[in-house]
Design a protein around this ligand. Structure first.
Ligand SMILES: [Mg+2]
Length: 393
């Protein structure tokens, strides 16, 4: 049986301290503590693995860290520098999937579902990322791979530093069973104490409970914990919609499963987004669709494309993605289309001699439609497939 492991969590090891050791080789192999000064009441932001051997941990008062290891090197936080490196790391990660969700300065999720044919197995992709981060930046990154975000994040932590760990569906329950409840996402110190009082210490204790029991005791979070304890996590990797991508989405007043309507939305969204790209002189290198069903389960499907800003090409690709990912026709509450991997149009691409005739035709059509809309307003011309038997606002 081939098990799906399509979610990856990448987490740099002792990030701030590692950057300091990278920039100053004399610090390598030494206990390094990044945080406030020894005399301040600051706390430790990050410490090197050498410092961890002395019991120093993140969020510990610096003064306490000093007592544990006076000969450690104590450094102030140099956020500017960490951000600079962080950006370079995310650039490397984004080579492997357009669906990336950055969750902090040194961690991100990738949905690698659509990337296996291009790069190989999940494990191979993990290795490539690790190699590139190390060879290009000199830092180690731990990679966790699984079939959802919770387990991928758990996996990246299991083999640190410089780890690569995969949790498959058939291993999940067994791996989760002995872990303390604090390993569940959302279980902080207070919740942990509360669970302990109910006689629940390990994730296995939760696995053994009947489904509604914990929800009755502690409310809706109880249901979530029960699901996570069973390796169930429906949250999708949500790519950022910063300037790296542009998107359009629509929440429907009533759930719909009308594929003809969805296709019209694609035509409309593609026209709007591509026009924006053309106005700004940009090309998109990926097309992503987002479907959210009535249970709030979200799936995103992406395809990497030869950079373009053509309505017709984007429409065709998005519509292919829709047909592949919407076979069960579950009612949807939201549909979105976004274009990512944006890059500026270069003079070469603007008038390439080697351009295929069909691409040149698409461009001519897009240009003509833009001109007509500029003169007569946005509704003046539409593609035939947009002409409504059902109105789209
Ligand atoms: Mg980290």
């Amino acid at each position: 049986m081939v098990e799906s492991t399509n979610i990856m969590h990448c987490d740099l090891d002792a990030f701030f301290a590692s950057v300091e050791q990278l920039d100053n080789p004399s610090l390598r192999g030494k206990p390094v503590v990044v945080g406030g000064s020894i005399h301040s009441r600051g706390v430790v932001s990050t410490c090197s693995y050498e410092a961890r051997k002395f019991g120093i941990r993140s969020a510990m008062p610096v003064a306490q860290a000093y007592r544990l290891c006076p000969r450690a090197v104590f450094l102030p936080v140099n956020m500017q520098r960490y951000l600079e490196i962080s950006k370079q790391v995310f650039t490397i990660l984004s080579r492997y999937s357009p669906i990336m969700e950055v969750i902090s300065i040194d961690e991100a999720f990738l949905d690698i579902s659509g990337c296996f044919r291009l790069f190989g197995s999940p494990e191979k992709i993990g290795c490539l990322i690790k190699e590139q981060v190390y060879s290009e930046l000199g830092l180690t990154i731990s990679v966790g791979i699984s079939y959802n975000k919770f387990l991928a994040k758990l996996a990246s932590d299991m083999d640190k530093p410089d780890g690569l760990c995969i949790i498959t569906e058939s291993q999940a329950l067994k791996i989760l069973r002995p872990l303390p409840v604090s390993k569940i996402w959302g279980v902080g110190e207070k919740t942990e104490q509360r669970l302990n009082k109910l006689g629940i210490k390990t994730i296995g204790d939760i696995q053994d409970l009947p489904p509604g029991w914990l929800e009755d005791k502690i409310g809706s979070a109880g249901r979530l914990f029960w699901e996570l304890a069973h390796g169930i996590d429906k949250r999708a990797v949500e790519p950022e919609h910063e300037r790296k991508s542009i998107g359009r989405e629509e929440t429907f007043p009533e759930d719909i499963n009308d594929i003809v309507y969805l296709e019209k939305l694609i035509v409309q969204f593609a026209a709007e987004l591509c026009r924006k790209l053309r106005q700004e002189g940009l090309l998109a290198g990926s097309v992503t669709i987002k479907l959210r069903d009535s249970n709030f389960k979200t799936i995103t499907r992406s395809k990497t494309i030869t950079p373009c800003n053509s309505d017709i090409i984007v429409t065709r690709i998005a519509s292919d993605l829709l047909h592949h990912s919407y076979k069960n026709k579950q009612p949807l509450r939201l549909f979105g289309l976004s274009l990512g991997h944006l890059s500026p149009v270069t003079s070469l691409e603007q008038g390439s001699l080697f351009e295929s005739q069909s691409n040149a035709d698409y461009k001519a059509i897009d240009q003509l439609m833009d001109e007509i809309r500029d003169r007569f307003g946005p509704g003046a011309i539409n593609r035939a497939s947009l002409l409504p038997d059902k109105d789209i606002k």
